[in-house]
Design a protein around this ligand. Structure first.
Ligand SMILES: [Zn+2]
Length: 203
């Protein structure tokens, strides 16, 4: 399966590539409730258009932010859905009972999604323009309800990370948000721990 990565910047300024694994999981990276508000990227409708033009939706058919039309109300609805999905996705990752209000919010938002259109001559696939904020909402909600049914949502194994992803690896044993970030930190720590436990005269 093709990967689709976002480049994130942590508070310490380090950038790293992160593949959240699906469209709804990708939306979680744009911000969230509570302590995640500092990561908010979707301040205005244009921000959602730009976010979408960077998303894995472009893997199916290319488009730009100019092809996306988002109202203030639609932006608000998408952020509400995202924040509700954070609660559901964390519960999935932790094996907890799902918050019913969050699942209700996902189920209520699946009506509209971007419409694929194929050209009869070139057979190229495009999205019907404009792609609307309500369609973005629906695409995220549909992906989210499928994830609830299918499972596979995980939290990065680093204790101070909290990033969530869907494991799409063939081996099914992905542990880290990113090898560049938490995976390497873990390797360095494990290496140091091994050396510290070795006898002083060991070579
Ligand atoms: Zn991590």
């Amino acid at each position: 399966m093709a990967t689709w990565t976002r480049t994130l910047t942590r508070p310490d300024g380090q950038g790293f590539r992160f593949d959240p694994g699906s469209f709804a999981m990708e939306l979680l990276v744009s911000g969230g409730p509570g302590e995640l508000r500092v990561f908010e990227e979707l301040h205005a409708p244009d921000d959602l258009a730009a976010w979408l033009a960077d998303s894995r939706l472009t893997a199916t058919a290319p488009f730009t932010a100019a092809d996306v039309r988002v109202t203030e109300a639609e932006l608000h609805a998408v952020k509400e859905l995202r924040d509700a999905f954070w609660g559901v996705a964390r519960a999935l990752a932790h094996g907890d009972d799902l918050p019913p209000v969050g699942v209700d919010a996902l189920n209520a938002a699946t009506a509209e999604t971007p419409r694929p259109v194929v050209d009869p001559v070139t057979r190229a696939l495009t999205w019907a323009k404009p792609i609307t904020g309500t369609q973005v909402l629906g695409a995220a909600a549909r992906d989210a309800v499928e994830l609830v049914a299918r499972g596979g949502v995980r939290e990065c194994s680093a204790s101070n990370c909290g990033l969530l992803f869907v494991d799409t690896s063939r081996s099914g044993n992905r542990r880290w948000c990113s090898m560049e970030r938490c995976g390497n930190r873990h390797k360095v720590r494990a290496h140091r721990a091994r050396h510290e436990t070795e006898p002083a005269d060991a070579q």
